[in-house]
Design a protein around this ligand. Structure first.
Ligand SMILES: Cc1cc2nc3c(=O)[nH]c(=O)nc-3n(C[C@H](O)[C@H](O)[C@H](O)COP(=O)(O)O)c2cc1C
Length: 358
């Protein structure tokens, strides 16, 4: 049914408009109590499979990856589809428009997406207000359905790299009190120079600044006694650079890594999609990313043992993929592009299949 709607209706709109339409529809369903209960019953039945990670109780191991709800406007609405956690953002200290449209494209032949959104978001102060509201909304759900909320922060585009740590600190100071966990995003390809912040030299002051700001939170929700902190890394790092970030995380007391963000590698595509992507800037997500994202997960897990939490994301297309990542040592998994191709029933289906696996 969804694939029919996708082919005949959603692909008539450009990808960003289709995103807004779908998200608006989902939020509308969530606002009407009767419809909310019905849509939840249909989409997320049988998805409860609680797990403790990062000192937090997750309703299940599947989350909505960052980038879908950049401004924290639809957290409860997203959980109708069964997600156990929602990572909002990327939020930057200052609001910014992102890149000019069009900036989001479907690569239909590969079940992939190309985006160069450029951290379009309303800024940390606005996100804080939306998160306060989201916390009230979520409190109305039965306890076992309440999602974990991750807050993913990034650098404001106009801020110089030399001032990055202060920029991240400002976001963390506003948002850490409302976050179950925090993510330092240094891996988006769409903010010039951002990925250079993955070097140990640039990353350490950012970690220190964010940790200090988050350390001021008096009542962290995590049983770890602090707001857990993760770093989201790019799949395009060389293996030794991935390991250098993992070592830095261990040395600085970071709690985990998110592997991975989108790739700038066009060789993961072929044919018309590859030709198109070669002429357009942006990061590729979806199925072509799966192999490298999985490789980075294995690399990090074999290097750090059980000392870090790992959230695996990138190209997960079905329950088998998700189970494979969990089997390879991921504590949680996230998805984005698969939802575009799979539709609103897809997360719940995947979770029910995962639950049936031994
Ligand atoms: C349209 C779009 C916007 C995204 N925006 C962000 C973002 O703001 N911050 C971030 O950390 N990741 C962002 N991502 C990356 C996703 O969170 C995820 O890491 C990536 O898409 C790989 O997962 P997937 O193959 O399941 O899509 C974005 C992805 C897409 C498709």
């Amino acid at each position: 049914m969804y694939s029919l709607i996708f082919r005949t209706l959603l692909t008539r709109f450009d990808a960003e408009t289709a995103h807004h339409l779908s998200f608006t529809g989902l939020r509308a369903l969530d606002r009407v109590p009767g419809l909310r209960r019905l849509s939840r019953a249909v989409m997320s039945r049988g998805t409860s499979d609680p797990v403790n990670v990062l000192g937090l109780r997750f309703p299940n191991r599947l989350g909505m990856a960052a980038g879908f709800d950049k401004n924290a406007i639809g957290i409860r609405a997203l959980t109708q589809m069964g997600f156990g956690h929602v990572e909002i953002g990327t939020v930057t200290a200052h609001g910014q428009p992102g890149n000019p449209r069009p900036r989001l494209f479907r690569l239909l032949g590969h079940h992939a997406v190309l985006n160069r959104m450029g951290f379009n978001n309303d800024g940390a102060a606005a996100a804080r207000l939306k998160l306060l509201r989201a916390r009230e909304d979520i409190a109305k759900l039965p306890a076992q359905q309440r999602p974990v909320i991750g807050v993913n922060i990034g650098k404001t585009k106009v801020v110089e790299a030399a001032d990055a740590a202060e920029d991240y600190r400002q976001s963390a100071a506003q948002l850490a009190p409302l976050a179950d966990y925090l993510v330092i995003n240094v891996s988006s390809p769409n903010t010039p120079g951002l990925r250079n912040l993955q070097s140990a030299e640039a990353l350490e002051p950012i970690i220190t600044a964010v940790r200090d700001a988050a350390g001021a939170v008096e009542a962290p929700r995590s049983r770890l006694g602090h707001v857990p902190l993760l770093i989201k890394i790019a799949p395009d790092l060389a293996d030794e650079d991935v390991l250098a970030v993992a070592d830095l995380a261990l040395r600085t007391g970071v709690d985990g890594l998110i592997t991975t963000n989108t790739t700038i590698d066009r060789s993961v595509l072929s044919g018309a999609d590859q030709a198109f992507a070669e002429s357009e800037a942006g990061g590729i997500s979806g199925e072509p990313l799966a192999e490298r994202a999985f490789e980075v997960l294995r690399l990090v897990r074999s290097h750090v043992g059980d000392q870090l939490t790992i959230i695996a994301v990138g190209g997960i297309a079905d329950a088998r993929d998700a189970a494979a990542r969990l089997g390879a040592g991921a504590d949680l998994v996230q998805v984005y592009s698969g939802l575009i191709y799979g539709g609103p029933m897809w997360p719940g289906r995947m979770l029910r299949t995962l639950r049936r696996k031994p």
